[in-house]
Design a protein around this ligand. Sequence first.
Ligand code: DAT
Ligand code: MG
Length: 149
Amino acid sequence: MERTYLMIKPDGVQRGLIGEIISRIERKGLKLVGLKMLTIPREVAEKHYGEHAGKPFFQPLVDYITSGPVVAMVVEGKDAVSTTREMMGATNPLKAAPGTIRATYGMDVGRNIIHGSDSPASAGREIDIFFLPGELVDYGRDFDRWIYE
Ligand code: DAT
Ligand code: MG
């Protein structure tokens, strides 16, 4: 099973969407193996979004992601990275496929509600930024045999 890093951004928290988003993850059959709330320190945000350093939207992006608490999650399941990217939708909520999280709840690329790792390598890097190994839990769910063949 694959793991990915998901994060409800400050706009999602402020708008009361934590439950809605976690519900979608649970209903899909994905398993939460790490979960916490934090306000991201600026240097951590700059590291997390390091691939975008120097781009015109980098400073506004760091300002936004550090502007209030986020919900950080590690989610496990079959093809968890690509599956959750599909559930999130395109970066620009106005271009995201109908029914996706960003399409359903968002209007602006600078307020797009949720982050998700874009590859297994990114997932490993981002999980290490936000979670200590001891903060991730290993557990089985009795209903997993009704989710996976
Ligand atoms: P994603 O979050 O879909 O992985 P990304 O990694 O390309 O997208 O960019 C990270 C975040 O930066 C994105 O969620 C919103 C912001 N962003 C990306 N492209 C942008 C742009 N052209 N203008 C403003 N903000 C942008
Ligand atoms: Mg990205």
